[in-house]
Design a binder for this molecule. Structure first.
Ligand SMILES: Cc1cc2nc3c(=O)[nH]c(=O)nc-3n(C[C@H](O)[C@H](O)[C@H](O)COP(=O)(O)O)c2cc1C
Length: 232
C-alpha cells in the first residue's frame, strides 16, 4: 500500500501522533510512505499569477515543490492530511499548499488517478473546532475528485501529546482501530458515489461550452471526458 502523508505542521504533537498511529494500523509490511511536513515541504504562497490555470501547472513559480507533492499523491492509494486546529481553521501553511491545487479541482483539470483514492483527514483541538478543520480538509479532497474521505477530529483537552489525559488516549486508540478496519476494507476498491458523479457531470457540461479557458477545455477533450470516457 502506498501512502502520502501531508502534515500541516512541522512539530510532532498530538495531531502527528494520531496520524502515525493510523498509518501503522492501515498498512502492512508492503507499505511505502511518502511523508511531507509543512512548511518545510510547502511551496511558497500563491502569488495569483493564474499560470497554472491558463498555461500549465508547470508554469507556476512554485512548480517544483508543488509537483513533487502532486506526483506523490497521484502514486498513492491513500492520502492522509492532518492539521492541528488553529483559530478554528487549518494551519496557514497547509492552506497555502491547497491554494496551489486549485488547477486540479473538478472545475478545472482533475487528475484521473484521484478518482480511485482513499483520503483520511485528521485534526485535533484543545477544545473546539477540530471538526470544522476535518470538514474543510475533506472538502478540499472532494474537489480534487477523491471519492471517499474519512474524517477524524478529536478534542484532546491538551496543548501537546504528552499531557493528553489517559481516558482520551484510550478512546483515540479505539477510534483508530475502528477507522483502520473501515479504511482497509475499501483501499483499492473505492469508486465515486452519486454526489461526485453528479458534480463531474455538471463540470463536464460546463467544459463542453468552455470558451474562456482552452487549457481546461482541451484537457477534458483529450481525456475523452466530453465524450463517453469517465475518470473512474
Ligand atoms: C495558534 C493556535 C491556535 C489554536 N486555536 C485553537 C482553536 O481554535 N480551538 C481549540 O480548541 N484549540 C486551539 N488551539 C489548540 C490546539 O489546536 C490543540 O492543542 C491541538 O491539539 C494541538 O495539536 P498539536 O499537538 O498537533 O500541535 C490552538 C493552538 C494554537 C497554537
Amino acid at each position: 500500500m502506498k501512502i502520502t502523508v501531508i502534515h500541516g505542521q512541522s512539530h510532532k504533537g498530538s495531531t502527528y501522533h494520531i496520524t502515525k498511529q493510523i498509518i501503522d494500523k492501515i498498512s502492512g509490511a508492503d507499505k511505502e510512505v511518502y511523508e511531507y511536513f509543512m512548511p518545510s515541504d510547502t511551496p511558497n504562497y500563491c502569488v495569483g499569477c493564474y499560470k497554472c490555470f491558463y498555461e500549465s501547472e508547470n508554469a507556476c513559480p512554485q512548480a517544483e515543490k508543488v509537483q513533487k507533492l502532486v506526483e506523490s499523491m497521484e502514486a498513492s492509494d491513500v492520502i492522509v492530511i492532518d492539521s492541528p486546529t488553529y483559530c478554528y481553521g487549518m494551519t496557514g501553511q497547509l492552506k497555502t499548499f491547497f491554494d496551489h491545487l486549485g488547477y486540479m479541482w473538478l472545475s478545472h483539470r482533475p487528475k484521473q488517478a484521484m478518482f480511485r483514492k482513499v483520503g483520511i483527514v485528521i485534526s485535533t483541538a484543545a477544545g473546539a473546532g477540530s471538526n470544522k478543520v476535518t470538514k474543510a480538509l475533506a472538502q478540499q479532497m472532494f474537489w480534487l475528485g477523491i471519492p471517499k474521505v474519512f474524517q477524524y477530529s478529536k478534542s484532546v483537552k491538551a496543548s501537546n501529546w504528552e499531557t493528553i489525559p489517559d481516558k482520551f488516549r484510550e478512546s483515540i486508540a479505539k477510534d483508530i482501530s475502528n477507522l483502520s478496519i473501515k479504511v482497509n476494507a475499501i483501499v483499492k476498491k473505492v469508486r465515486p458515489d452519486f454526489r461526485l458523479r453528479l458534480v463531474f457531470t455538471i463540470m463536464r457540461k460546463m467544459q463542453k461550452s468552455n470558451n474562456w479557458n482552452m487549457v481546461d477545455h482541451d484537457y477534458w477533450k483529450e481525456n475523452g471526458w466530453l465524450d463517453k470516457n469517465r475518470p473512474w
